[in-house]
Design a binder for this molecule. Structure first.
Ligand code: SF4
Length: 281
């Protein structure tokens, strides 16, 4: 069955600020799903709290809106229940690297077959621009007028330290490249971490389009961990593309001995059991 962008659009009016990177991220995501011929009924998306999370009602599909930082475990649950679905966790840098950092770490280690989109706008934008773990050191933000004190957590370096199967970085205002990255992430048979450097013209004016235009260097797919580390350690350039891909990392489900012979999905198997007695107790 043919699928069109209208199938993914909803009638909810976006409340994002003019120029917000969330608009273009949604366009790239919708286009990626369409080019992969995915119907909204084949896609599960989990969101957390944040400006990105406000996108939960702006795209069709099965959508779950969770607590702050909890988009990843919701996505993992959906994946383990039904591997026939395309699973996407959509989360901001604040939720992902603060409340949700344990979920990110263990999802990468387990290598579940799903895609995580991390909207990195370097601040807690929904609550008026407080620092997150990706806010540059020394940068003045709401609540830290004299500048942020700690260094940053690099999403790329953290991911690479955990033997990932896929880490890519895109830029919110480059829809064609971001669309291709998302497509590759969905096609990867393991956990795909996609960091999206996202503009936030309201609370992060310095990291604007000019800033990224001067620094971004696009690459194709890279399979060398050494090269990937070189890309990330370059402080003058921001490399975008598939920074690291390793298809040899086994995904979680393939390592489960008790599921080896099973052709069915848990979501179907559970129908064979009645929970009536448990509920009546
Ligand atoms: Fe977008 Fe920033 Fe506005 Fe949030 S505060 S909607 S991230 S521009």
């Amino acid at each position: 069955m043919k699928v069109d962008i209208k199938d993914y659009n909803t009638d909810v009016t976006p409340t994002w600020c003019p120029g917000c990177g969330n608009f273009s991220v949604h366009i790239a995501l919708k286009k990626a799903l369409i080019e992969l011929k995915k119907q909204p009924s084949e896609v599960v998306m989990s969101f957390d709290i944040g400006c990105n999370g406000n996108g939960a009602d702006k795209i069709e599909g099965f959508r779950i809106k969770g607590l702050h930082g909890r988009a990843i475990p919701l996505a993992v649950g959906a994946h383990l229940a039904n591997r026939d679905m395309t699973i996407i966790a959509d989360i901001g840098d604040g939720g992902c690297l603060h409340e949700g950092i344990d979920h990110l770490i263990h999802a990468i280690r387990s290598n579940y077959d799903l895609t995580i989109l991390i909207h990195n706008n370097q601040n807690f934008a929904l609550t008026t621009g407080q620092i997150t773990s990706t806010t540059p050191e020394g940068k003045s933000m709401y609540g830290f007028p004299k500048g942020r004190t700690e260094g940053v957590i690099s999403i790329g370096e953290l991911t690479l330290s955990l033997n990932p199967s896929f880490y890519a970085r895109g830029y919110s205002q480059d829809i064609p490249q971001l669309k291709e990255i998302i497509k590759e992430g969905i096609k990867n048979k393991g956990l795909s971490v996609i960091e999206i450097m996202q503009v936030c013209p309201t609370y992060n004016k310095e990291s604007n389009h000019e800033f990224f235009k001067e620094r971004i260097v696009k690459i194709e797919k890279n399979n060398s961990i050494k090269k990937a580390r070189e890309y990330l350690s370059n402080k003058k350039k921001l490399y975008t593309g598939i920074i690291y891909s390793n298809t040899k990392v086994k995904n979680y489900y393939s390592k489960l001995a008790n599921r080896k012979e099973k052709k069915s999905e848990l979501v179907d198997e559970v129908r064979n059991y009645s929970i009536k007695n448990i509920l009546s107790e």
